[in-house]
Design a protein around this ligand. Structure first.
Ligand code: R5P
Length: 263
């Protein structure tokens, strides 16, 4: 791995803990003004000091994020569909590598849809993204998007993550599932988990704890942070699990005390 690639990866996965806390706010690329992100600029600004990196689209980045804040960027480079379409797998690459470089992306990210009608196109697009990333030393985070008809079990998610790794992705983002430790052993690149739909703060912290205990390198959480009752407190609680190994109880106590202090 060359110096630039290693250096960029170390902005995503912190070398001192070997873990990664990523904040995902890229939902608008197919969902539009997602609940909690209507005012993306003001929702995300107070969360930035607590995340290791920020995953979003170039439009959100240019329009809503202060360029002077030194947060590493994980730039979404796939899209081309909307929630109004039945088959969400019909995605393509939507950002030129030169624009990703111009935006100082620390990593680029795109979705693959294993088992969906356009799986071929999305896997080939991942390969192209990896080729571009390798050319300029930019790591690629593959997201295993799951079609409605797919079961989010270890068998399916291992298949999707392993294909991402074999295609050349440097990190893969997937969903937590039962026997997640088995998945991690079958995937030779770092695995981060998505948070998924909003659940209670306790359940979201439990999810983060179980994922880290089972070998995930980190969490790339969106809705369970920005839709929480107290998002700034929530991101600090998640962070305490990812980087400091806090138990769920300790993290929940931290959340409650920060929430009470409105921090
Ligand atoms: C999925 O395709 C996108 O990357 C999502 O924006 C992200 O995975 C969602 O994160 P969460 O499920 O934690 O809201």
């Amino acid at each position: 791995m060359d110096w630039g690639m290693k250096n960029r990866l170390s902005r995503i996965i912190r070398p001192d803990t070997g873990k990664a806390l990523m904040l995902a706010v890229d939902h608008g690329y197919f969902l539009g003004p997602t609940s909690g992100l209507e005012d993306l600029e003001n929702t995300v600004a107070p969360l930035l000091p607590y995340t290791d990196s920020l995953m979003l689209t170039r439009g959100a980045l240019r329009n809503c994020i202060n360029a002077k804040f030194p947060v590493p960027i994980v730039l979404r480079v796939s899209g081309g569909n909307s929630v109004l379409e039945e088959d969400l797998s019909h995605e393509d690459l939507t950002v030129d590598i030169e624009d990703a470089i111009r935006l100082n992306a620390s990593a680029i990210t795109m979705s693959i849809y294993i088992g969906s009608p356009h799986q071929h196109q999305t896997i080939v697009n991942l390969a192209k993204t990896v080729d571009m990333g390798e050319k300029y030393g930019i790591p690629v985070l593959a997201v295993t998007a799951v079609g409605k008809e797919m079961t989010r079990d270890e068998r399916y998610l291992s298949l999707a993550c392993r294909i991402a790794a074999e295609t050349g992705a440097h990190i893969v983002k997937t969903y937590y599932c039962e026997d997640f430790d088995k998945l991690v052993k079958k995937v030779p690149i770092p695995v981060v988990i998505a948070g998924g739909k909003k659940v209670t703060e306790k359940d979201a912290l439990e999810l983060a704890y179980k994922a880290i205990s089972d070998g995930a390198v980190g969490v790339d959480m969106g809705r369970n942070i920005f839709q929480a009752e107290a998002p700034v407190a929530m991101i600090q609680a998640v962070r305490s699990i990812v980087h400091h190994g806090n138990s769920v109880k300790k993290a929940l106590d931290l959340y409650s005390s920060l929430k009470a202090k409105k921090k």
